[in-house]
Design a protein around this ligand. Structure first.
Ligand code: BGC
Length: 790
């Protein structure tokens, strides 16, 4: 292979070739430093300016706008570049990965592979000219489901399995986990994110990073920061207060950085208070590196930001997927003195420090044979544990296996494993609900299976999935069923299971009609089926196969049971059937609130920004009052509150003991959980603190710790211990640029949800503590009229 090809695979752009030839025209003899043999600093000292610029710009070179689905890599066999939303995809090294860096063989620098994403590795399952092998990956449950496990150890296990696929398929960095806050239920990528709460988000992200990186590959926690919508995602100016930044939108990232040491961070597409995040040194340098001690690399999101020089100056080390114009501009800026080469060198060093950690640099011989079977089991186990039982009147569930189950709803037959876009996974199979029920020993009404099969085949032909896999297909309307047939089935079959499905993804937020709200057809299906089965003294259960929050209050009274299965990955049907049958006792809890109605959502008025239709700015008027922080403080009843989830058994939570009622450095709380029912089960204990609000407003309470019990057999107990430090008592005081724990009385509540508080105790703090003094950064340029609590 000639040097030019190695440098920029497949690109023949004139000015780039000049750089490459120049760069590789450099002789490489024994005296040329080599990465690994020489120090990073020695290698940097030996680099030409052009080589430095090539290293901080990704190798998927293609001018912005022409990338289409290939995200900048040359389309295979010269096919024209498609247009539309861009997600990363390269054909180099690992086809279908999101991108690569540039190799500089003269200095022993290989290209490394960066690949999505949050629900598992996303690469092409097949390769041209390779008919013998496939490269499928495991589709794990979406992050929202993983957060609903409230079990970081389970998330680490998933990370471990994902990392195995990253390593064995030859990728180096997984572009995950994503941990933006669920600010609004319509957020199109909420499924890729964990929660409305930063503690859960941060703990889950740290657990995932620890799992993935245990395999010797890297992660990229993303999208840093305040990237909470898809509308105008590449240009939106997010205007928010420093307090909201610190307490909500930065906090999860801080936890993840400090508890897991991710190899990389991905800056986001949006602006924060007027400037692109990738062009903000206060964010990427002062906060991330100086305050939090982050030692890794920052990369842009794909085509994120506008000004490569501002990005270089802001310590956004790597620009992805990279364009020739960026290389050119960086070289020119150093030459004309507008970019100090020392800043560029620091970024180059961080790229090299990343490269030397990777399996590709270490020469790892990947097998292309990850443990797909074992990983599918992990996917199933996690899915089972993150399914949330929302309703179960008169012990409708678990379902007996006596009679035949009548299964309704398109997605019972064509289940949704995960969302679309870069968070999608090319899996080899997905177990549908009906398959899962059959695998679990249920008899499924075959006449429906046949009718739905034919209907879906026909509809799929009429509404083919768009050519590029990351775009979603138009939703298929529910199959109309004659009411006489429903009545007949209600007479014959044992019970009805109805699935409601939703899919969303990158590039668009969700809609209210026929998405957040059920469509008229869906509501009528639920009501007609439930009424018919009830008339025969039989039950109707709804399965929610969704990636984000929907409205439930207008229809939930019609049915006897509701199981929130989220988008559970490739083992979907098996996991749901395990919970339906009682083989697994549901122990998932909501990590995001289900409101009664959209108008109750604190950001309903400001999302997705102004001007209407094509917003260019969004003002976070809700401040810190997002999710339960709002519903609890403003006394707005949700449909299902944060932390909620039912079980097939019952628990008592008692014996709360505090180590002291006067806070001094820390306080320990212990609590005893007993399984008082008849089935073995796990319970999640949530510790909330309400702080005194003498000088600034505070939410009624905030989650400060949580723990899940082990599987408790009936009649057995477990004592859980929580430690509360001064940091847990502190809020951000903008006027002091400090985190301060105010003196006064604190309320510690132990709950099984944010509204089911089982035990409470108070303690006092005699004198205020400044727990951390930070830099005054991310200052808004305009006045924000924020919610101030009640
Ligand atoms: C997404 C990122 C993703 C990247 C590479 C972007 O469109 O926002 O989350 O990692 O593409 O595929």
């Amino acid at each position: 292979m000639n040097a030019f090809k190695t440098c920029i695979p497949g690109i023949a752009l004139a000015f780039l070739s000049t750089f490459c030839l120049k760069s590789f025209g450099q002789t490489s003899d024994n005296s040329t430093p080599k990465l690994g043999k020489n120090t990073v600093k020695e290698v940097v000292a030996a680099m030409t300016l052009e080589e430095k610029a090539l290293l901080v710009v990704g190798a998927s070179q293609r001018p912005r706008g022409g990338g289409g689905a290939t995200g900048g890599a040359r389309p295979v066999s010269g096919a024209p570049a498609p247009t539309g939303p861009v997600i990363g995809q390269t054909q180099q090294l690992v086809p279908g990965a999101a991108g690569t860096t540039n190799a500089i063989p003269r200095l022993g620098i290989p290209a490394i592979v960066l690949s999505d994403g949050p629900a598992g590795l996303r690469i092409n399952p097949k390769r041209p000219g390779d008919s013998l092998n496939t490269y499928y990956c495991t589709a794990f449950p979406i992050e929202t489901l993983l957060a609903s496990t409230w079990n970081p150890a389970m998330v680490t296990k998933v990370g471990h399995a994902m990392g195995n696929e990253v390593l064995e398929y030859g990728a180096d960095v997984l572009l995950a986990p994503a941990l933006n806050i669920h600010r609004n239920p319509l957020g199109g990528r909420n499924f890729e994110y964990y929660s409305e709460d930063p503690l859960i988000s941060g703990k889950m992200a740290a657990a995932m990073v620890n799992g993935v990186q245990s395999q010797g590959v890297g992660t990229s926690i993303k999208h840093f920061m305040a990237n909470n919508q898809e509308t105008s995602r590449n240009t939106i100016n997010t205007i928010l207060s420093e307090r909201a930044s610190r307490e909500l939108y930065l906090r999860g990232f801080k936890i993840a950085v400090q508890e897991s040491d991710p190899w990389t961070v991905m800056s986001s597409y949006n602006k924060v208070n007027g400037t692109y995040t990738s062009e903000r040194a206060d964010l990427l340098y002062s906060i991330l590196r100086k305050e939090w001690g982050f030692k890794g690399l920052v990369m842009t999101d794909w085509f994120g930001g506008r000004d490569p020089i501002a990005q270089m100056k802001s310590a956004n080390d790597l620009l992805m997927p990279g364009s020739p114009a960026q290389v050119q501009k960086i070289v020119a800026a150093v030459k004309d003195g507008s970019l100090d080469v020392k800043l560029l060198d620091a970024n180059v060093e961080r790229v090299l420090n990343l490269i030397i950690r990777t399996p590709r640099f270490k020469g790892y011989k990947y097998s292309n044979k990850p443990s797909l079977k074992e990983n599918a089991q992990v996917s199933r186990e996690a899915a089972t544990e993150g399914i949330v039982l929302l309703k179960n009147t008169n012990h409708t569930l678990p379902l007996t296996k006596k009679g035949t189950v009548a299964v309704f709803g398109n997605t019972s037959y064509d289940i949704i494993a995960g969302g679309t876009g870069s968070g999608d996974v090319n899996r080899s199979y997905t177990i549908s609900l009906v398959q899962g029920l059959s695998n679990s020993g249920y008899k499924v009404d075959a006449s429906f299976a046949k009718a739905y099969g034919a209907y879906l085949d026909e509809q799929i032909k009429l509404h083919p999935r768009p050519a590029r896999s990351f775009q979603k297909r138009d939703p298929i309307a529910e199959m109309p069923i004659d009411s006489a047939i429903i009545l007949q089935k209600a007479a014959e079959d044992e019970c009805a299971v109805i699935t409601i499905g939703r899919i969303s993804g990158e590039g668009a937020d969700r809609k209210l009609d026929d998405d957040f709200y059920l469509s008229a057809k869906e509501k009528s299906m639920i009501k007609t089926v439930a009424d018919a089965f009830h008339a025969k003294g039989k039950k109707a259960i709804v399965i929610l196969n969704i990636g984000g929050v929907i409205e439930t209050v207008s229809w939930r009274d019609n049915v006897d049971g509701i199981l929130l299965a989220w988008q559970p990955g490739e083992e979907a049907g098996n996991a749901i059937a395990e919970v339906l049958s009682g083989k697994a006792n549901p122990s998932g809890k909501l990590a995001t609130t289900f409101p009664v109605d959209y108008k109750d959502v604190p950001s309903a008025k400001s999302f997705p920004g102004t001007p209407e239709g094509k917003p260019d700015q969004v003002v976070y008027e809700d401040g810190i009052y997002v999710g339960y922080r709002y519903y609890d403080t403003y006394k707005v009843n949700p449909a299902y509150e944060f932390g909620f989830g039912l079980s097939y058994t019952t628990f008592t939570v008692g014996d709360l003991k505090l180590s002291s009622t006067a806070f001094n450095n820390h306080i320990t709380a212990t609590v005893k959980v007993t399984n008082t029912g008849k089935a073995a089960g796990k319970q999640v204990i949530q510790l909330y603190i309400g702080a005194p609000a003498k000088t600034i407003d505070k939410p009624e309470k905030e989650l400060k710790a949580f723990a899940k019990t082990k599987l408790l057999q009936p009649g057995t107990s477990q004592t859980l211990t929580f430690t509360i430090n001064a940091n847990d008592l502190a809020s951000y005081y903008t006027d002091k640029s400090s985190w301060v724990a105010e003196e006064g009385k604190y309320t510690l509540s132990i709950g099984t949800s944010s509204r089911q508080i089982k035990q409470m105790a108070n303690f006092t703090l005699a004198k205020p503590i400044v727990t951390e003094k930070v830099n005054n950064e991310l200052v808004p340029q305009v006045t924000i009229t924020e919610f101030k609590g009640k």
